[in-house]
Design a binder for this molecule. Structure first.
Ligand code: NAD
Ligand code: SAH
Length: 415
């Protein structure tokens, strides 16, 4: 099968980026060595749709070391890095993806990837699994199973399972502790600010930052905003999360109340229209809006462009919308600011997330035909093994219970 990428001549830069992250992903290096020895994926085609930048590319190498034939696409039209895509093709993998694809191109690239007739699918957000079910039902019986990377993708899988529509088992990678506790919180917390800061080149200290959604991602984004010296407002729809935000030291209010106060708005909800037509007229001149949740619907950019008096490119990845006398700015087209205007989470974070992906993919092969539930959490021993591998890579040892302590902890007739 042929690849469809922008320019194979970009491969040398892509190889360098992959080598850099590999040097900082010790867990995946260890798993690569194990896969090279045991070859768990011989004869298996893996279709993978994850943000196509260097860390994902290294995951592809690791799976290929295990004998898999890799068919790769991106999971967002703006997060593919063309040099990385070229490096994967240069290394002999099939890639269909390029940066800034139109909706039709993005869909065609997923289609070409799906058409490899995969044995395993690795998805981020659900686009690949959705297309397989809706348009390629004849390929479903050949699929051993798959893994889903992110929160919103899991919500979609659970909805499919509830309807009886999901036809092969999916492992819910985001539910693993070693995924969401670190990737969603510390990964998003760091990379969102990297994306905003490199795009705007403005200060955060002294500004008012509004974070919509206080889930795992929101907690990280708000924590780091506070560290930069911003005053932080959180908006929520869940009363418990709202109290959590309050007790973590943030102001909590509705988006209507926050709209006139915020300098920078960041959505991390997975919901739509979180910042929308009701809020735009209330905002300050120069307000900056961006999204780090799911699709480009959390900030309602479509509606903003319909009601704007003027639209102007302000700087790379910043579009200004004039409403009367004031300008509102949207970063990265309202798509994930950390990936569309940055390199996403750091290597050491994706090392843990992708270690879970790689070990979960091997679990699917080892348990082929034996998994009866259509969605399952990452097995506990994989989660624990990733935590231990991480500590070992850092040279950190922890205590373990003595036999006497174990008896004490398990008993109830104790003094
Ligand atoms: P989560 O479920 O832990 O948190 C989402 C929070 O948003 C919840 O507390 C929910 O109550 C709140 N919420 C929902 N609708 C809202 C609304 N209209 N207004 C205010 N709050 C609202 O999920 P998470 O793990 O934090 O992930 C959030 C989103 O970010 C998901 O779409 C996920 O797929 C995505 N994600 C992005 C990255 C990234 O790299 N940018 C990383 C991980 C996850
Ligand atoms: N397809 C959706 C999916 C949300 S992406 C969209 O683009 O709109 C959220 C996921 O991106 C997270 O779960 C996180 O694990 C992943 N991610 C973050 N940084 C990454 C990186 N550097 N490389 C690959 N994936 C990354």
């Amino acid at each position: 099968m042929k690849s469809e990428i922008r320019d194979i001549n970009l491969a040398p830069d892509g190889h360098k980026k992959i080598a850099w992250v590999k040097a900082n992903m010790p867990l995946l290096r260890g798993i690569e060595a194990e896969f090279l020895a045991s070859k768990p994926f011989v004869g298996v085609r893996i279709a993978l749709s994850i943000h196509l930048e260097a860390k994902t590319a290294y995951l592809c190498h690791v799976l290929r070391s295990g004998g898999a034939e890799m068919f790769v696409t991106g999971s967002n039209p703006l997060s593919t890095q063309d040099d990385v895509a070229a490096a994967l093709v240069d290394a002999g993998m099939v890639v269909n993806a390029w940066y800034d694809s139109t909706p039709a191109e993005y869909e065609a690239h997923i289609r070409r990837t799906v058409e490899c007739a995969p044995g395993i699918v690795i998805d981020d957000g659900g686009d690949l699994v959705q297309m397989l079910h809706l348009e390629y039902p004849h390929l479903l019986p050949g699929i051993i199973g798959g893994c889903e990377e992110t929160t919103t993708g899991i919500l979609r899988l659970l909805a499919m399972e509830k309807e009886g529509a999901l036809k092969f088992p999916m492992i819910l990678v985001n539910n693993a502790q070693c995924k969401h506790l670190f990737d969603n919180r510390y990964g998003t917390g760091q990379s969102v600010w990297d994306g905003i800061n490199r795009t705007t080149n403005l200060t955060v200290a002294g500004k008012t930052v509004v974070v919509a959604g206080y889930g795992w991602c929101g907690k990280g984004v708000a924590m780091r905003a506070k560290g930069f010296g911003a005053a932080v407002i959180v908006t929520e729809i869940d009363p418990v999360k709202a109290i959590e935000a309050l007790m973590d030291g943030f102001s909590v209010m509705t988006m209507n109340e926050a709209a006139p106060l915020g300098d920078i708005f960041i959505t991390v909800t997975g919901c739509n229209d979180v910042v929308g037509e009701a809020h735009f007229p209330l905002m300050k001149d120069g307000a900056i809006m961006c999204n780090a949740g799911h699709f480009d619907v959390e900030v309602n950019v479509k509606r903003l462009s319909e009601i704007a008096d003027q639209i102007e490119d302000k700087r790379k990845d910043i579009v200004g919308y004039r409403l009367g006398t004031k300008w509102l700015n949207v970063l990265a087209g309202g798509r994930l600011v950390n990936l569309a205007a940055g390199d996403g989470h750091p290597a050491e974070i994706m090392d843990m997330s992708f270690a879970i992906q790689a070990l979960s993919a091997r679990y699917l092969i080892e348990n082929k035909g034996k998994i009866t539930k259509m969605t399952m959490d990452v097995p506990e021993d994989i989660d624990q093994s990733v935590a231990l591998r991480k500590l070992t890579s850092l040279g950190i040892a922890i205590d373990s219970l003595t036999a006497e302590q174990a008896t004490y902890m398990e008993g109830w007739r104790v003094d």
